[in-house]
Design a binder for this molecule. Sequence first.
Ligand code: SF4
Length: 563
Amino acid sequence: MRKCALTPFLTHQKALFEATYSYEERLDSLSVHLVNPSDNSFGTAVITPRWLFVLAAATPQAAGDPILVDESLDQIVPETIQAGDIVGISVHTGNALRGYKVGRMARSRGAWVVYGGIHATLFPEEVLELGQAHAVVTGDGDIAWGKVVADCMAGKPEKIYQGGRIGGNEFLPARWDLMNPQNYMWASVQTIRGCPKHCSFCSVWRTDGQKPRQRRFQSVVDEIVALRRLGFRFIALADDNFYPVTFTDLRQAREQGNTARLEELTAIRADRFHLMEELAKLPKDMVFFTQMTMEAGEDIEFLDAMKKANIKGALVGIEAVTPEGLKAVYKDWNLSGDAMVNQLQTFKAHGVHVLGSFIFGLPTDRPSTFDFTVAMALKAGVTFAQFVMMTPFPGTVDFGRWEKEQAENPTMVGDVPITRYWLIPTAVRPKMFTPHPTMSSDEIRERTQKVWDTFYNWSAIWQRSACTPNLRSRVAFMFLSMLYRQMYAGTGISTDSARRKKSKAWARWTAHQCKKLFQAKPMPELEARSWAPDLLPSIGQAAFAGSDGAEMAGPFIVISGKQ
Ligand code: SF4
């Protein structure tokens, strides 16, 4: 690790601490902090950062209950960190810079600093150097975290802990008892990790692997019951891909005469149905939403099972509406044009609303692509949509190609090569990084902004809100649509600082209002498998009454964790 000016002071401070207190006293007084870094604090967050509560469960009992800090609510207070404490920070590309700042602060106060998350997995050396880490966990933290904490408590952490990819039956349930339910609109539960696809802009298949790892359904249901007890009825199934086996996969295995593969795929599919059967037994006021591929649109049995299980919405990666665009991102198994429109309409016809995700800035995009995309999104009847600008995320095929192109003569922003854009201060960080063959970055950004404005204009939102059961829900739907637009388009795409500031203030206020719409009456009496079917309507109604009927209003704001 590069030595910083503070190193002698820190070494002295740590030595002093160790000389003053015995090992037992140090153990008694230390605290474990888990920090979700963020530059944007809204006071209210849409979805619970699940990893915080999972690592809380992985923290050894000897260290006591960890202190959880979600900076998307409020920034960390440095004075809460004492010498000898252990600070765990999870970083992805978007929050790495803030994460490093938090880590350096924690280290300057004499704490043990440990990083994990996708970015730390991909760049452990960077994290050790710029984040001043004592240790880095790569891969899954569910098991590795306990060992790191124990080693820090013993004063001997290793530099690298390889968490690898653990099996689905080893996934830990989260410690929801440590959450303040007032802070979040929706909770998140994971049912599966990994994705068999290989889209060029996505790192999930490389970091989480292509082999689906399914969690035991009873563990999933128990966690959901715990959340419903607390008053959460909106829950994101925070999976990489909820639909891991397609008809094409099954057909190919059959055609190849690959019996073992066919059996494996059939078993995975059967497990998905089993999980959905169990979800269907939960109180009827629950609303789940997830992420999956468009291919599920040809699987009516699957969509119907989702509807029965109250999975009312799904983020579907549409990416591009033309065959050339899909080919550019290795997603030519997706449908385009009118076939795509029909496929997406099938979701809706079977009770699953779609949040369509589109990418702009692909090499095949032309000025006409923007209007055409928004027209297709409207024609397909997607209930929500997000329009993101092409970003080469580390760990992806696109990033690897770009890094190679830049190797000889790298573009610099200040003293940072553009291929390390996450290290560029946000105020001067470009919005796009890879040059487009025919359009400037500004043109792409402005056209993308216009698409958001078109899709989320008041009249279009009002028309889409007709899917809700009553006037109050329609109003809620409109609020949510605007919140989504402000959170992403207002603060993420805009380069106008006045607009960004206004959007943040607006999003903060709207998020606070929206939170009330999602809260339901807690059901402390609910137990896993204890509800008799004839009790369900009364339980459901009691909870529904407390939630103002936002039934159809909000299974869709998904701030995707994908990179
Ligand atoms: S974008 Fe979606 S379908 Fe493609 S690899 Fe990533 S998770 Fe899988």
